[in-house]
Structure formats: structure tokens, C-alpha cells
Design a protein around this ligand. Sequence first.
Ligand code: SAM
Length: 226
Amino acid sequence: MNTPTQLFIVPTPIGNLEDITFRAIRILKEVDFILAEDTRTSKNLLNHYGIEKKLISHHLFNEHKTIENIVERLKAGAVCALVSDAGTPAISDPGYMLVRACIQEGLVVECLPGPTAFIPALVNSGIPSDHFIFEGFLPHKKGRHTRLTALANEERTLVFYESPHRLVKTLTQFAEYFGEERRASVSRELTKIFEENVRGTLKELIAHFNTKPVKGEIVIVVAGKD
Ligand code: SAM
């Protein structure tokens, strides 16, 4: 028999509330407590599915402090789930440090498969998805130039997270570093009412998004170097 899991990493919807698995809902109902990036956001989500469970705050700014206490509780026999505001925890969200600490202590960790924004964006892009690298958010200032320079010769498809107010600036920088004819795709508001997937060269995308203020959540997919 498998050793019972002590920490479940549970992906939650990135927009459409139907995008949660039966198993995720069962686990959230069964655990002793849920660690949440933002307890108010997760409370709304749990209410939607009729789940009543104790929520404990676990975010970027307190994870260093809370990990030791969580690990002790799990070692004493508790079972918990980690959720983030949207998508899969530990993917551009808190989670990695807790997973590492649990593994180091010999605790059993299990990540459920489920929603994450970069997979639908990659597949929707029509750009090769057999080999890709996930870059998440680029550094805003320090290290940005170094990262972009390193990526200019990358042959695998590149996937980035970006905020709407930086989109045009970032696309313009991509055009400078990768060339304006490089193919790319911008996925906005995935799974939501106003989902949009715009595909074209970087030059075309800059022209498209320069015409109106951009809102919502964004994934940028860029073809690798030919
Ligand atoms: N853990 C999440 C995941 O698994 O995708 C990512 C969390 S990260 C803090 C938030 C970023 O993910 C957003 O700024 C955006 O780049 C991307 N994102 C999340 N939801 C999205 C959506 N519905 N459509 C497009 N991008 C989304």
C-alpha cells in the first residue's frame, strides 16, 4: 500500500470555475486544513463548491516563517492542501519552498494535475509545443537584459507571464532582442468570457495591442530561433 500523502498541491481554476477536478474537490473536503495564498480569494472559491474548511495564510511574504510550523503539524499526522489564488501552486506562485521542506523531512507530497495558464496558451498559440521553456515573469529591471540576451538564441518555444500594463513594452523588447518577424501569440483572459488569443509576428502584435488599453491576465508565447 502507498504511504498516505501529507501535503497535497491542489490546482484551482484560472477563470472558469468549472475547471476543477472531482478529486481536487474531494481532497479539499478531506484535508485537516488548507494553506492559501489569499484566504479571502480561496474562501470565495470554497464557498462556490460548498467546502467548509479552515484556511491558513501561506504567501510569498510569510512562507519562510510558516514552513517550520506546517512541517511540524504534518509530522504529527495532519494532512493539508496548498492552493494559490489561481492555477497550480508553485508555478509563479508560492509552493516550491514548502514542497522542498516537506521532502527534506521525508513527508509525502503529491501534486494533483489541473489548471495552469501556460499550457492552454502554449497549445492555443500554434507554435511548436514539443519543446518549450517556461520563463514565467521576466525580472523588471536588474537581470532583464541578461535574460533577454540569453534567450535570443534559444531554439525552443518561450513562454512568459506578463501583466497587461507591461505587455506592449515587453513585446517591443522582444522585437529588439529576437527580431520583429519572430512569430508569437498573446493569450488574454484564458477560460474567461473575454478570452482572446492573438497570433502573428511580434511587429503585428505590437500594432494590435497599441491600438487600445490592454486589460486582464496575459501569457506570451514566442517561437524559438529558427
Ligand atoms: N499559478 C498560476 C498558474 O498555474 O498559471 C500562475 C500565477 S501568476 C501569479 C499569475 C499570472 O498567470 C498572470 O499574471 C498571467 O500571466 C497568468 N495567468 C493566470 N491566469 C490567467 C488567465 N486566465 N489568462 C491568461 N493568463 C493567466
